[in-house]
Design a protein. Structure first.
Length: 199
């Protein structure tokens, strides 16, 4: 299965999936990396791994329709079959959503629908979890639709919040678990133990 990654920042989740492809624990091929941010760690990782990468944003394409078309053409050119949003901060264009319906997945560091939606990313999520006094948080992997963090849920895993947790300690624990959980889930998608078409 050819995977296309969309990533705006560090790309550590993307790296976990690439590593799993390289060590054979995931039977898939990291085909391309798309970012809106030329300085993203994810772009540096793509260079290092020799994976074709593209920067698409409203500076490179002024109109959002052209941007959507150009991104879709690139995905098709590289025969991408599954898109993974790994810390991607932009909404997906209509044409890509239509063409890849049910084949775009996102990882989010909370138990959605809790602590999702616009503005709920990175440390904001963990801050809100701690502020609410939650005893449990977690990770959600879901299919992407036109809104932020709202599509059908594929997989979730809980993570305990301890009394002495800080935003830093919680972010670190959740991110470490994300790396394994994302790979475990993609393995199930590739083997069709999780059938995206039925969701
Ligand atoms: C992760 O917490 C992921 O759940 C969220 O963005 C973060 C990306 O981290 N969507 P990284 O860029 O993969 O290190």
């Amino acid at each position: 299965m050819n995977i296309g990654f969309f990533a705006s920042h560090n790309g550590s989740n993307m790296q976990a999936v690439i590593d799993a492809c390289k060590d054979g624990s995931l039977d898939a091929n990291p085909s391309i990396v798309i970012s809106n941010n030329g300085n993203a760690g994810a772009v540096k990782r793509a260079k290092k791994e020799n994976i074709p990468y593209y920067i698409f944003n409203t500076t490179t394409y002024f109109s959002s329709v052209d941007l959507d078309n150009a991104m879709l053409n690139t995905l098709l050119q590289h025969e991408v079959e599954l898109i993974i949003l790994a810390g991607y901060m932009k909404k997906i264009g209509e044409k890509i959503l239509r063409h890849y319906k049910g084949r775009i997945i996102n990882i989010h560091p909370s138990l959605l629908p809790k602590y999702g939606g616009k503005g709920m990313y990175g440390t904001h999520v963990h801050e809100a979890v701690l502020k609410a006094g939650e005893k449990e948080t977690g990770i959600t992997i879901h299919i992407v639709d036109e809104e932020y963090d709202t599509g059908p849920i594929i997989a979730q895993t809980p993570i305990s919040v301890t009394d002495d947790d800080t935003v830093d300690s919680l972010s670190k624990r959740v991110l470490e678990r994300e790396h394994r959980f994302l790979v475990e889930t993609i393995v199930k998608v590739v083997s069709e133990e999780i059938n995206l078409e039925k969701l």
